[in-house]
Design a protein around this ligand. Structure first.
Ligand SMILES: Nc1nc2c(ncn2[C@@H]2O[C@H](COP(=O)(O)OP(=O)(O)OP(=O)(O)O)[C@@H](O)[C@H]2O)c(=O)[nH]1
Length: 308
């Protein structure tokens, strides 16, 4: 096919003239210093600024990250959404915002992986770089895992929303929090009980938030998988990307054999988290997108093992 030549019909002014046409003006004569050591450093002003701050930093920072998983794909790249902060004392006006991003770039250029050991190292280094007593990093990312149809073994990819939050404090050490939000199937026990046949079922969203013990052994336990298994193994059925007819029959019957209210879901997941020795506190919530209502059904539970 002959290529059409595009011949401009208008005679446009040069680019610089076009910018002027749309309001660009030449720079004025500048009077303020351009050398860094002569510039005002407002954020480093030391005075009584009335209150100390719990947290100051940057949020909604998106960076590519590397994730390791016990499920295939065992290594994957994802997009991390970061939040970094530290406290600052009463006598300090502000933090040094650029230092959060400088350290992230430094880690990223060495293929930053979202592991607990890496983020522990990061927060400790960050608190030193900021010259503060503590630092927190929070990173949320979609985690992908392979899922096979139960009978055909046809493979596809599911994902869950994972989050890891680590605080380093010079006096109290590290605190580790993880969270996973995943989808499951629930089949209504009441509907099954009262109906001659069938039962309504829905897609439920489960969020598990757990505080881990400080010496959590990430080399032997994948926390993402532990939380996913707690959510899915207690549901009426799991979600699958690929289902052949033989699989669909199994999943449908499995859901009918394992009916769950939204309350049942959070209590059963709580029981699994209670039995995990590396979890010290947890919060579980479930939201069922009801298929017979326009509204959702919700339930949640919070538990602190140290309060026993
Ligand atoms: N503290 C603070 N800085 C802000 C804020 N918004 C923008 N910034 C800017 O972040 C920029 C970089 O700050 P710094 O990290 O202190 O830059 P710097 O002093 O050149 O960095 P260092 O040499 O590491 O001390 C400054 O120009 C601030 O004005 C804010 O809300 N608080």
């Amino acid at each position: 096919m002959q290529q059409m030549k595009s011949i401009p019909k208008k005679q446009l002014p040069p680019k610089e003239e076009r910018h002027k046409l749309f309001g660009s003006v030449p720079p004025i004569e500048k009077t303020k210093p351009i050398e860094k050591n002569k510039m005002a450093d407002l954020q480093n002003t030391k005075k009584d600024f009335l209150f100390k701050l719990d947290a100051v930093g940057v949020s909604n920072v998106k960076y590519p990250v590397l994730i390791y998983s016990d499920l295939a794909p065992k290594e994957q790249t994802s997009i991390g959404t970061f939040e970094f902060s530290s406290s600052i004392p009463t006598m300090s006006k502000g933090t040094n915002m650029s230092r959060f991003m400088e350290l992230l770039q430094e880690y990223s250029s060495n293929r930053m992986n979202i592991s607990i050991s890496e983020l522990k190292r990061f927060t400790k280094e960050l608190s030193g770089k900021l010259e503060q007593n503590d630092a927190t990093i929070e990173v949320a990312f979609p985690w992908f895992y392979e899922r096979k149809g139960p009978e055909s073994q046809s493979t596809g990819m599911n994902h869950a929303d994972a989050k890891l939050s680590i605080t380093y404090d010079k006096d109290s050490g590290y605190s580790l929090k993880v969270s996973l939000s995943a989808w499951i199937t629930t089949l209504c026990p009441c509907s099954k009980e009262i109906s001659e046949y069938s039962a309504h079922n829905q897609r439920g969203n489960v969020t598990l938030e757990a505080t881990l013990i400080e010496d959590f052994d990430e080399d032997n336990i994948d926390w993402k998988l532990a939380l996913l298994e707690a959510a899915e193994s207690n549901a009426s059925a799991r979600l699958h990307p690929v289902l052949k007819r033989t699989d669909e029959k199994m999943v449908t019957e499995q859901a009918y054999e394992n009916p769950r209210f939204v309350e049942d879901m959070v209590r059963l997941i709580a029981a699994d988290l209670y039995e995990m020795p590396f979890v010290s506190k947890f919060h579980v919530s479930c939201r069922n997108e009801e298929s017979i209502h326009m509204h959702d059904a919700i339930a949640s539970i919070t538990y602190d093992k140290s309060s026993e």
